[in-house]
Design a protein around this ligand. Structure first.
Ligand SMILES: C[S@@+](CC[C@H](N)C(=O)[O-])C[C@H]1O[C@@H](n2cnc3c(N)ncnc32)[C@H](O)[C@@H]1O
Length: 200
């Protein structure tokens, strides 16, 4: 079992404040990118705990944290341990206290089953994959009722192609459509998002 970070355990003596970020010059667009969507969802859910699959540069984790409650924690998994160095730099440069992220190296399919069932408000899958259905099952297990799982890059799968990724995406959609406890939406931003909430 991966030890859970106690929520609300910020660095001693440091007041937890929201991580603010500019969207652009005042009075212009507020943004419609996948990152804006993730930040919005994290804020709307008042997310205290999120799981991210695919840490990469740390940029997505940063935007999730900007939407989450001030002491919220992102658990971010990447199969490539070397990316966590860059991600730590991204988060540190943005002023994120170290206690707000847990960066874990390994394959998400191996690590997600070790996270606490029902312990998360939001799961963000940042990889376009042939294992979409498996990530749906693993991610839904982690969500509290009313939580949301977001798949990024779904338009890369091209639903009318015969690629393994497209087939996996179709299977994912079939599974979502056949489950009355799930409410999905496709968002045509960036490489495509599929967001699914688990009814409370
Ligand atoms: C598109 S990048 C994520 C970019 C990230 N959102 C960012 O802010 O930079 C995908 C990442 O997922 C990782 N990855 C790919 N397959 C994985 C798997 N099965 N389990 C965990 N991480 C994986 C890759 O190593 C890569 O760093």
């Amino acid at each position: 079992m991966i030890p859970e970070t106690p929520l609300g355990a910020g660095p001693a003596g440091r007041e937890q404040t929201p991580l603010r970020m500019p969207d652009g010059p005042q009075g212009t667009s507020v943004g419609a990118s996948p990152l804006h969507v993730l930040r919005f969802l994290a804020a709307a859910l008042q997310a205290k705990a999120a799981v991210e699959v695919g840490t990469g540069s740390g940029e997505t984790a940063l935007w999730l944290l900007r939407g989450m409650v001030p002491d919220g924690v992102v658990t971010s998994i990447d199969a490539d341990a070397s990316v966590h160095r860059e991600a730590r730099g991204t988060l540190r440069d943005a002023g994120v206290p170290a206690g707000r992220t847990r960066l874990i190296a390994g394959r998400a399919v191996d690590l997600m089953p070790r996270l606490t069932e029902g312990g998360y408000d939001l799961v963000s899958v940042n990889i376009a994959t042939t294992e979409y259905p498996q990530y749906l099952e693993l991610g839904l297990r982690l969500l509290r009722p009313g939580g949301v799982i977001v798949f990024a890059g779904t338009q890369l799968a091209g639903p009318d192609t015969r690629s393994a990724m497209a087939q996996a995406l179709r299977e994912l959609i079939r599974e979502v459509q056949s489950d009355d406890t799930l409410v999905p939406v496709t968002l045509p931003t960036g490489p495509g998002l599929l967001a699914i909430t688990k009814r409370a």
